[in-house]
Design a protein around this ligand. Sequence first.
Ligand SMILES: *Cc1c(COP(=O)(O)O)cnc(C)c1O
Length: 398
Amino acid sequence: MSKNIDKMSFTTRAIHAGVEPDTATGAIEPAIYMANSYTLPYDASQMNWSASEANIYTRNGGVNQGMLEKRIANLHGGEDCVVLASGVAALSALFFTKLKKGDHVIFSTVTYIATYRIFNELWCEKWGIETSIVDCTDVENIKAAIRPNTRLIHFETPGNPTLCICDIEAIVKLAHEHGIKVSVDNTFSSPYNTRPLEFGVDYVVESLTKYINGHGDSMGGAVITDHETCEQIRYQAQVNIGGCISPFNAWLITRGCETFPLRMQVHNDNALAVARWLERQPCVSFVAYPGLESFKGHELAKKQMSHGFGGVLSFGLKGEHDLYNRVVTHLEVFTSAVSLGNAGSLIVFLGEDDERMYLYPEEFHGGFYRVAIGIEDKQDLINDLKQAFEAEGLATVD
Ligand SMILES: *Cc1c(COP(=O)(O)O)cnc(C)c1O
């Protein structure tokens, strides 16, 4: 790889970083190495069987994983990256490696469900990790929750599913003054919009399943941080816990990277257009999207997000529980499904009985939709919502 690539723009690096033409065949695209193991050197007796620097066994790493790791590290401006089977595998690999019994973690009220269960329930009960769940949109709340044994502050910005915005720089400053590490799950923003390492964050986690792969056809996760920590994660979590990614999925996600900046720009633009339209509808009770001037974290989001505000928004309807279900049955472009970052738009109704509703702002309490805006034509998306609202007798405006 020419060293100049590293100085080029994000879009160019998304296509070229980490992958070179295959020297064995001349193929301009990388092969998929579906091997579980690699041939050993003449004298293997001195090898470190848990290492990842040489190709030994696919749970330690491999050719396709290595290419993806270089590309993702590059896009985040990180020294190194570990890729794993899913976003959750990446989160738990990081937490497993960096935390131990008696440590205290502060985590945001608005996180991915698995993060909530890990820190609110599973790891406290099983492994004696102390945790505090804190509204991280106000740094004062975090300050008040710090204990002598606090080791990690973990949050998402925008948070899933309320889209709340946390001040990355202010949290990092507070944490580092107290010798505490900071991890950010950057999945909703993606490295196209936000690169948290630039704000001093210690560990970044991405669900590659979402925008970076982008086509809804594979799962993966990444931790991006310094080389030493990545080596610890490989040695402790990847090799010994085993959440390794399939070489095929690593290859798919490497390919997805090439169009990721283009796709992400369309997600950003489409979501803003849909959010603005929704905000004007009399039947809509609220719209949560960081790109709206009316949104609480908008000014901060503008500071932290460079090209746009992502493809996810949430909104409520003025109506009862089943109205949400009925509206969904009329949609022709949107699919009722979880996940985000796919080419196609997805919508999910989170009802008022959702287990974490008590943690969300008041307007969410009656239930709401989380919408993952895809890269279809934006007017088709708006028209689809419009006809679905009208089919239920809801008045709309253009
Ligand atoms: C989807 C998601 C995850 C989990 O990723 P998987 O690849 O599904 O395991 C983690 N964090 C956020 C914010 C997500 O949206």
